[in-house]
Structure formats: C-alpha cells, structure tokens
Ligand binder design. Structure first.
Ligand code: ZN
Length: 340
C-alpha cells in the first residue's frame, strides 16, 4: 500500500518577529485508492468552544416537525406500493418520506422522540435502532424489486454546522441506482485494484493500517476503525470498514451495533476537542460487488470563525473538493485512541 505525501514549505517574512524569515511546512497527501488530494496545513490546536446549548435550541422544539406531538401529522407517508402502512415505526423512532427528496426513493428517520440529544448522550442503542429501522426500509424496497434498490445509503448531518436545518437528530436514508460522486470514484478504483492486484483494496488497507498502527484505532467485532490518511474534514475523518461485507443489506444486527458503539466512542473523543457537529455517510457497494467493502466515514464539522459562523468548508473544498486538515491524521489518531 502506497501512502504518498508531497512535502511543501512556505517562506514568509514574519511580522511577529521583526520580519525575520520563517518557514511554514505543509503537506499534500494522496488518497491511496483514488489519488484525491488533501492538504495537511494550518496546524492550529484542535480546540473549539462549545456554545450555550440552551440558548441555541431555545424555542426550536415548538416548530420541529420531528417532535412526537407533530411527527405523525406533518410528515408525509409512502404510497401503498412502497410502504402500505405509510410510515415505519420502531419505539419512538419514525421513518417517513423525505419531503425534499434528491432521488426517487428517499426517507428521513428520527433517532429518538427527544428533540435535542447532546452528542455525548447519544447511545449505541439510539444509533443501532435508527440504523436498523433504515435497513429494514431498505429490505422492504429490495423485496419489491424497486429499481433504485442498488446502493443503500445513510447520511447523517448532526447539528447545524454539519448542514442540518433541524436540531432534532435524524438520518437521511436513500436507495439509489446512482452512487454519489466520491462513492462512484471509490467503487470504480476498487474495481480496477481488484482486477490488477487480485485482492480487495479495503482488505489490504485494513491489513496495512493494522501492521503500521499509525492510523489504526481498533476493532469491534468485524468493524475496523482507522483515521483516514488523506481526510476531507478539518479535524480528520475516521473510517470503519466491515470485514466480509460488500453491501448495506449484508450487515448483521451485531455489525450494526458495533458500528453504533464505535461512533459513540468517536463522539466522546471529539467532544473533548469542543466538536459538537458531524457528518457520517455509508459507503457500500451494490450486491455482488466483490471489489467493495462496506464502510462508513465519520467527519467532525466545525467553524473556521465561530463568532461569525464561518463554516469549515470554503472555496478550496467546495469547488475543488480539496481536503484541508489542521493536524496530521496520525496525531488525531493519538487523540482518539484512548476511547478505543
Ligand atoms: Zn424535535
């Protein structure tokens, strides 16, 4: 496995030191699978201030469509041919069609009846049950041979800096015949890798990361956790790769619980840095994609300027898709490891 980094150095005349010459290092890293590049730069301490949550959420529950007093009235229902009962329910969790769909088969699933769950109060059970509800939805659409039942995707935007317009914790759940860009790029490169080397890229990655230990976090059941070599997120990304699983429908209840448990460990570790927003996406293959391995990616989200509300994604990332990470993923690994 080739982990390629191009080291860079910037020389400036430093205004904080009588305009003496100062050298600032940075690094351009290439993702070993896709060649997509990320910049490791800035090297600011990974420390942010959390806001006054009471103030942030005050009043938002009154107009929240996902709260238990409204969810069964204001959310849409699926038509008979998809989910005859309209919505799927598991205890206090509800899955219903996404009223703002971006594909023909999209849903939202609430994580709980509770309007606000602080990141460190989210339990493995919350996540495993919500994932389980979403996967049951995928099984239902698969059973009716729905043409979009190819890639079964869960996205999670937790809290506003992640892109969530609601405080109430919920998942974006969709099945599509069209894999989104980065998933498509990964699958295509992993397919080429299998053809050229005769082995699965993700199996090789796990083996390589386990051996070096620099970015490996640990293993829970069949789920392997590691910090990503060339991350997109400013505070690094973490991937969890599930042994022997290609597509979302192959996840067992144990796998789902293990993924949920690992996610809560990451939340506990990132909370210590002051992070309270994140994205999480599933990256599965289609059924029979032997070149794929089911993995999810967790990416903490924050602000470049908290007082102004400046998001952590600017032009470089938004329009070039160039990652910016403010610390070496190997250092971030050391900050996360105590939880594993
Ligand atoms: Zn709510």
């Amino acid at each position: 496995m080739k982990f390629e980094a191009i080291e860079r150095e910037t020389v400036i005349l430093d205004p904080n030191n009588n305009m003496e010459r100062k050298s600032i290092p940075s690094e351009i890293r290439k993702d070993p699978l896709t060649g997509r590049t990320s910049r490791i730069c800035h090297f600011m301490p990974l420390k942010w201030e959390k806001p006054d949550f009471d103030q942030l959420i005050a009043g938002t529950e009154k107009i929240c469509p996902f709260c238990p007093d409204k969810v069964m009235q204001v959310t849409p229902c699926f038509p008979d041919e998809i989910i005859p009962e309209g919505r799927m329910v598991l205890d206090d969790k509800v899955l219903f069609p996404n009223i703002a769909p971006y594909d023909s088969l999209g849903a939202c699933a609430t994580l709980s009846g509770q309007h606000f769950i602080p990141m460190t109060a989210i339990t493995p059970r919350h996540i495993a049950d919500a994932f389980g509800l979403a996967i049951n939805f995928f099984r239902r659409v698969h059973e009716i041979n729905h043409p979009e039942s190819v890639y079964h995707l869960i996205n999670w935007n937790y809290m506003p800096a992640s892109g969530s317009s609601l405080i109430h914790p919920h998942l974006q759940v969709f099945a599509s015949a069209y894999a989104p860009n980065l998933l498509q790029e990964e699958l295509s490169n992993a397919n080429n890798y299998l053809k050229q080397k005769g082995t699965n890229y993700w199996d090789d990655l796990v083996q390589s990361e386990k051996t070096s230990g620099e970015r490996f976090l640990g293993k829970i059941g069949r789920t392997n956790w590691l910090t990503v070599y060339a991350p997109l997120g400013v505070a690094g990304d973490v991937a969890a790769i599930v042994d022997d699983v290609c597509c979302t429908l192959e996840l067992t209840d144990d796998d789902i619980y293990d993924l949920a448990e690992g996610l809560t460990k990451l939340m506990a570790a990132y909370d210590k840095m002051g992070i309270y927003n994140f994205n999480m996406n599933f990256f599965p293959g289609a059924q029979g994609d032997n070149h794929a391995r089911f993995h999810l990616v967790f990416s903490p989200r924050t602000f470049f300027n908290q007082a102004l509300g400046t998001p952590d994604i600017g032009a470089l990332r938004n329009l070039y898709n160039e990652g910016i990470c403010m610390a070496f993923p190997e250092e971030i690994n050391e900050m996360l490891k105590p939880e594993f």
